[in-house]
Design a protein around this ligand. Structure first.
Ligand code: C5P
Length: 235
């Protein structure tokens, strides 16, 4: 198992803690995921600080969702910061997705950031989707329809839970599949509602695993990865 498959989620607002995690976990993770928790207090300058601490690639997970003009502005700013990958919500619709793609493509290869779309968060289940959000479709079907829309419009890939990898793969062809919701068998699922272990998820065809609390907790990284079904020693 290659470390390049692992994206470590830096879910903290504490710059010092994030830098410590990068230093400790760089041998085990090919990329680090930065969200609102770090960018709201520290701005996008945190990206350069994390890179200086050893982060090879940055996954900017701000899940853009707004009118096309606003999302285009956000993608433009983020793309100029040298991020490797970033996210947007597919439910923003075709015009918003296309506006984001146009902006990302302004950055010449090979520096162009990957854009991946989120369809249904891994914290949402069928009950919430239907009874609270009013989506009558089966969760899997809803995800597949949104994912296809995104990739057809030029996105590089999608985010999905371990439970949907097999169904989404044929729908998006060679597109990138990023999977959060990684948990050891029988471990605390926290706020995640759709999850699976890392080894199985990669075997099903995911390209990258996003791992947060399981990796940034107190358990030593190799042990934590092993409990997720990831044999780091054989990398
Ligand atoms: O701690 P845990 O491994 O559950 O963290 C998962 C990470 O993946 C979080 O940073 C969360 O924001 C992110 N994520 C997710 N579900 C999505 C998209 C991103 O859990 N659909």
């Amino acid at each position: 198992m290659s470390r390049r498959k692992i994206i470590c989620a830096l879910d903290t607002g504490d710059r010092k803690e994030a830098i410590e995690w990068v230093k400790k976990l760089s041998p085990y993770a090919g990329a680090f995921k930065v969200g609102h928790g770090l960018t709201l207090p520290h701005g996008l300058d945190i990206i350069d600080e994390l890179k200086a601490a050893g982060a090879e690639r940055i996954f900017l997970d701000l899940k853009f969702h707004d009118i096309p003009n606003s999302v285009a502005l956000a993608v433009r700013e983020a793309a100029q910061r040298g991020v490797w990958m970033m996210t947007l919500h597919l439910s923003g619709g075709p015009a918003m997705i296309s506006a984001a793609v146009v902006e990302a493509r302004m950055i010449p290869e090979p520096s162009r950031p990957y854009l991946v779309g989120v369809s249904v968060l891994t914290s949402i289940d069928q009950h919430v989707l239907t009874d609270h959000l009013g989506v009558e479709r089966k969760l899997d079907d809803h995800m597949m329809i949104l994912s296809k829309l995104g990739v057809d419009l030029g996105l590089d890939g999608v985010v999905c839970s371990p439970e949907e990898v097999t169904k989404i793969r044929p729908v998006i062809g060679n597109g990138i599949i990023v999977t959060p919701g990684i948990r050891a068998v029988n471990a605390d699922s926290h706020d995640q509602r759709r999850f699976g272990d890392g080894g199985t998820t990669l075997a099903l065809g995911a390209d990258y695993l996003v791992i947060g609390r399981a990796l940034t907790g107190k358990i030593p990284p190799e042990e934590a990865l092993k409990s997720l079904g990831l044999d780091f020693a054989s990398a």
